[in-house]
Design a protein around this ligand. Structure first.
Ligand code: SF4
Length: 391
């Protein structure tokens, strides 16, 4: 069988991205009786446990720029981010009627409130506010997190009508380890040769993993990496930047494309954090829940979305990302009204100022349509980096 071209792979991923009826997940569920789908909101969920139960973890990232929010606005005030409103819209419009459970990972009060609303609005659906540790000591946060995961495992066992064994979990962890390795490989390829793997393509290919079974997504990643490496594409005179600050509401695809068209190669980002939260393999021997907990505490990047108790460490992840990828600047892009991102930003900017790394900042909504101001701002930033580095 011939290897597909990048354009074929990206077209498939784009179709998955645009499909707000989640046809691929519906078909997966219908393929065998008794299958169940568990939706999850950003930012981090141990998808391995859902997979080990024989269920499909389905990432729900709001409605993007294609969904008109009609009912969702009635449930929330206007001065919060858009993702809870568009997620409600997905729910009340029946687009999630095949989803058997919804997880709301702890990231901010908006998501916490949404988890309560979901319980009231969809009483027949398993709904859980999924707490992750805010304390990184093994005996405190570590033990708490193992208990959280054990409770979740029991809930899924009840839904599945069978036990989830440690070996089931190990097998799933192995599959997700492989998936994360491939995504790291893809990011490394883009950092080395960003013209071969444009950021919008990388985004679509990684995002497909939120709706496809992990085995299928890993095969797709392998195909894209091979095709991207083999393809010749023109090199542009772009500067290299790190894109950061996204939290859960994702920017429109056009925004990512606009940054590259404006002269900025994105060589690292914190989009779709669930896919790269753990930065190393989770060990397969020993107690799997303990291993997942240890990985969360000690093998995760200190992005703005993770609580960082060590003030000296705050923001250093950005300096490391700039050095690792040879970036020349940082673009902060945060969802409008996202308190966690916007409150963190000044602290991160101070760290960059001290490290002499240039940056710019703006806000977006998942349905932002006007890209001209962002293109102008990013284009000026790229020009200033080139002039500044040539001086
Ligand atoms: S985008 Fe920000 S404010 Fe909105 S739900 Fe996510 S973390 Fe909360």
């Amino acid at each position: 069988m011939s290897t597909p071209q990048t354009s074929e792979i990206v077209a498939r991923c784009q179709a998955l991205y645009e499909d707000l009826n989640f046809t691929a997940a519906r078909e997966w569920k219908e393929a065998e009786p008794g299958r169940k789908v568990i939706g999850f909101m950003p930012i981090y969920i141990p998808r391995e446990i859902i997979h080990a139960a024989g269920m499909l973890p389905l990432g729900i990232l709001g409605g993007g720029d294609q969904l008109e929010v009609i009912h969702g606005d009635a449930y929330y005030q206007s001065y919060i981010c858009r993702i809870p409103r568009s997620t409600i819209e997905l729910g009340v419009s029946g687009r999630l009627d095949f989803v058997d459970g919804m997880l709301f990972p702890s990231i901010c009060d908006v998501i916490r409130n949404l988890s309560g609303m979901w319980k009231v609005m969809f009483p027949g659906v398993y709904s859980k506010y999924f707490d992750v540790p805010q304390n990184y000591e093994d005996e405190v946060g570590g033990r708490f997190y193992v208990n959280e995961m054990a409770e979740f495992r029991r809930d899924l066992e009840e839904m599945a009508g069978r036990k989830i064994t440690d070996d089931d979990l190990r097998r799933s962890i192995g599959l997700y380890n492989r998936n994360r390795r491939l995504i790291r490989e893809l990011y490394a390829l883009r950092a080395r040769t960003p013209w071969k793997a444009p950021a919008a393509e990388v985004y679509l290919v990684v995002r497909a993993g939120l709706v496809l079974p992990v085995e299928e997504h890993s095969a797709l990643l392998e195909q894209y990496i091979a095709a991207a490496e083999a393809e010749d594409r023109p090199i542009r005179d772009n500067c290299r930047i790190v894109l950061t600050g996204m939290f859960c509401e994702q920017p429109p695809l056009n925004l990512i494309k606009s940054l590259e068209l404006a002269g900025c190669y994105i060589v690292d980002d914190d989009l779709l954090l669930v896919t790269r939260w753990l930065i190393d393999d989770v060990p397969l021997d020993g107690d799997p829940l303990h291993n997942l907990s240890q990985a969360f505490l000690h093998q995760s990047e200190s992005t703005a979305a993770k609580y960082e108790p060590d003030q000296e460490e705050k923001g250093k992840f950005l300096v490391r990302a700039v050095k690792r990828t040879g970036a020349e600047g940082v673009i902060f892009a945060a969802p409008s009204f996202c308190d966690p991102a916007l409150l963190d930003r000044p602290m991160l900017q101070n760290v960059l100022t001290r490290a002499n790394i240039p940056f710019i900042a703006f806000k977006y909504a998942e349905n932002s349509g006007q890209m001209q101001p962002i293109r102008e701002q990013a284009g000026t930033f790229a020009d200033s980096i080139k002039l500044w580095s040539a001086a």
